[in-house]
Ligand binder design. Structure first.
Ligand SMILES: C[S@@+](CC[C@H](N)C(=O)[O-])C[C@H]1O[C@@H](n2cnc3c(N)ncnc32)[C@H](O)[C@@H]1O
Ligand SMILES: [Zn+2]
Length: 271
């Protein structure tokens, strides 16, 4: 972890800046956090794992490896190129999961890549075997980053805290919010039909809520259907919160041969 990355971190307890002492970060009020061997930091010791468990993140990693979300990366990379012109920008992925997006966007561009998630398992997976991004476990209600340090925040299928995003963004900084639309994973929801509490999914609420809090500079829909192998379908069923609470093993997914991705990307500053 280089000095510029330490420079943007702030103690989640007191807001103080950190300095490095061997394998720890120590703030000016002596709050101390270990740097793991893989380079990540846990700013939420004592945090229990939630719905998002290690197996779920492993399934997510398999789905990403299969390329299901590659067109989303492409579109997000184009949007970042268009709307974030700064040289070597700081990009923060809030609720980064196993880090697919922050590691994959704009592959040829030099930027400070930062990802955090409340799940320690996710952050551990994200940090494994890489050095290009800084990952840490933290709550987005108390992001351990300095005021005005980020050129862009990515918020991808993750809860948002708009006041925190505004605090960490530079004055000209932008939020890139991706949220599911009504067609998202429609084939999986059709297969799970009888088990679902809500048969129809309408992402409109999330989108309205976001638009009320943002000065939107651009928005686009990302919609495509692609053929998928049976093992990818099984991983998708395990990873999506849309099927949370359903015993996946009881579902007959044999008829699912293609999957629809239907999302909105909203880009803007925070009001
Ligand atoms: C549906 S997943 C999306 C993960 C990733 N952005 C992606 O699209 O692959 C939602 C993520 O939000 C994280 N999350 C939920 N509440 C959070 C909070 N309060 N602070 C930080 N992360 C949180 C979860 O641990 C999970 O990784
Ligand atoms: Zn402190």
């Amino acid at each position: 972890m280089d000095q510029s990355m330490i420079g943007i971190l702030r103690c989640p307890l007191c807001g103080g800046a950190f300095s490095r002492r061997e394998n720890s970060l120590v703030c000016c009020n002596r709050h101390c956090y270990d740097i793991a061997r893989q380079g990540h930091i846990n700013f939420v010791p004592g945090q229990k794992e939630m719905f998002y468990k290690k197996e779920l993140f492993e399934s997510r990693a398999e789905v990403f490896r299969a390329g299901v979300y590659a067109p989303v990366i492409e579109r997000l990379s184009q949007a970042l190129a268009r709307h974030v012109p700064e040289e070597h920008p700081v990009i923060v992925d809030a609720g980064c999961g196993e880090g697919y997006y922050i590691k994959s966007v704009c592959p040829d561009r030099a930027m400070t890549r930062v990802g955090f998630d409340l799940s320690k398992d996710a952050v551990r997976l994200a940090a494994r075997g890489q050095r290009e991004a800084l990952f840490f476990a933290a709550d987005l209600k108390r992001i351990p980053l300095a005021d005005g340090c980020a050129d862009a925040v990515l918020d991808i299928f993750t809860p948002a805290d708009y006041a925190q995003f505004k605090r960490i963004l530079k004055p000209q900084g932008l939020l890139f919010k991706l949220a599911p639309r009504s067609g998202y994973l429609r084939e999986l929801r059709a297969a799970a039909g009888g088990f679902l509490r809500r048969k129809e999914y309408d992402g409109g609420d999330v989108e309205c809520y976001a638009r009320e809090r943002m000065n939107v500079v651009a928005s686009e829909t990302i919609t495509y259907t692609l053929g998928v192998a049976p093992e990818t379908v099984a991983h998708l069923a395990r990873m999506t919160p849309m099927l949370a609470g359903i015993d996946i093993e009881k579902l007959d997914l044999s008829g699912v041969e293609q999957i629809t991705i239907d999302e909105t990307l909203i880009i803007g500053s925070i009001k």
